[in-house]
Ligand binder design. Structure first.
Ligand code: ATP
Length: 360
């Protein structure tokens, strides 16, 4: 089990600006008091009671920490330290200053397939490393792919958010309904046993979006999106893919495969001729092709808008819940009743709903 320090994080680190927020708390810049080095602190609120909807179970945070501890790779966010108090756990992690990869790409005038591949290779190396340790991420999406420093000549990819990650144990089946609709594989929706190749489906979706600026299975509603995924309903509409090489489409087709065992692995992806051209002709085709920037920027703007909409929605919901809790507490005090009135819903169901409604 991971060792959590029972000291106060603020005795060692000065709190800085808020860098982001997620379902279970916020991420803030931290400055190490002894040497001035900057880090990021992921503050995760702990669930106070079994029936509570707010906060995260200690066991899940332990799992995230244990997984991060075993993943030391240049393209995966590094964990430095963990602090624990009664109400929250703070993960001190590598500070990633470059923002999201998709925002960086959207800010560029244009991007060739060659340049996109440089990023994809790094993502695949990070994932390949994770998979070699039998760990799957299970929440690969643009929000979780960041850049260490966007001003560097070759910005480094950093994969973040291991909140849904899982380490497979030989002989044990693992099923889960968690994920984000646009990016989840059919086996998740069908509640079938998952494997590390479930991540490779998400890589197929991310690559498709990166090249065209449209999402392959996106429907009008989450339900429609999930139906499209299960029915494998996608195509390469010429209107969006006119600048895309055929070899890039072949790469995507070998990832968006229903049968998990038939999907390319991360290592196989790195050897695919789109990533590693075998002939001069393949290399030339690749460097002539570019990504559909106009549409990509539109996709990214819509994605950002939805993220802030979801955040406002989540904040409102949180305040309503807190208000509800406060009232309950007052009622409880009045009635001197011991039961927790905050939420009686079972945990897995509420988590699934939270994830599924998050960013489609
Ligand atoms: P989610 O609700 O998406 O599952 P979460 O609660 O698990 O989120 P993270 O995704 O780990 O939290 O972090 C939330 C946000 O904080 C990220 O989208 C990112 O903008 C920012 N962030 C996370 N880690 C770092 C880091 N190491 N350096 C800089 N910013 C970070």
């Amino acid at each position: 089990m991971a060792q959590f320090r029972l000291q106060n994080v603020e005795d060692f680190y000065e709190l800085g600006e808020i860098l982001g927020s997620g379902h279970f708390g916020e991420v803030r810049e931290l400055r190490e008091r002894s040497c001035g080095t900057c880090w990021a602190g992921k503050f995760v609120k702990l669930r106070r009671s079994v029936s509570s909807r707010l906060g995260m179970e200690r066991k899940s945070v332990e799992q995230e920490v244990e997984i991060l501890q075993s993943l030391q790779h240049i393209n995966i966010m590094a964990l430095r330290d963990v602090f624990e108090s009664r109400a929250e756990i703070v993960l001190v992690v590598e500070l990633i200053r470059g923002g999201e990869l998709f925002d960086f790409i959207a800010s560029k005038e244009n991007l060739t397939e060659n340049e996109a591949i440089d990023f994809l290779k790094q993502i695949l190396r990070g994932i390949g490393f994770m998979h070699s340790k039998q760990i799957a991420h299970f929440d690969l999406k643009p929000e979780n792919i960041m850049l260490s420093d966007k001003n560097a000549e070759h910005p480094e990819i950093k994969i973040i958010d291991f909140g849904l990650a899982h380490r497979f144990i030989a002989g044990e089946e693992y099923k889960s309904l968690c994920g984000t609709p646009q990016y989840i594989a059919p086996e998740v929706i069908n509640y079938e046993p998952l494997s590390v190749s479930t991540d490779m489906w998400s890589i197929g979706v991310i690559t498709y979006i990166l090249l065209s600026g449209i999402s392959p299975f996106q429907g009008e509603t989450d339900q429609e999106t999930l139906r499209n995924i299960v029915d494998m309903k996608y195509d390469f509409d010429e209107h969006y893919f006119s600048q895309t090489s055929n070899i890039a489409k072949d790469f995507i087709e070998k990832l968006l495969v229903k049968d998990q065992s038939e999907r390319m692995t991360a290592d196989e992806c790195l050897l695919h001729p789109w990533i590693k051209p075998l002939t001069r002709k393949q290399a030339a085709n690749r460097s002539r092709s570019s990504i559909n920037m106009k549409n990509f920027r539109k996709f990214n703007a819509r994605r950002k808008w939805k993220m802030s909409y979801n955040m406002v929605w989540a904040c409102n919901r949180l305040s309503r819940l807190q208000l509800h809790c406060k009232r309950d507490k007052e009622d409880q005090e009045l009635r001197s009743c011991e039961s927790d009135q905050e939420d009686t819903e079972t945990k897995p169901a509420s988590l699934i709903r939270r994830r599924l409604s998050s960013s489609s």
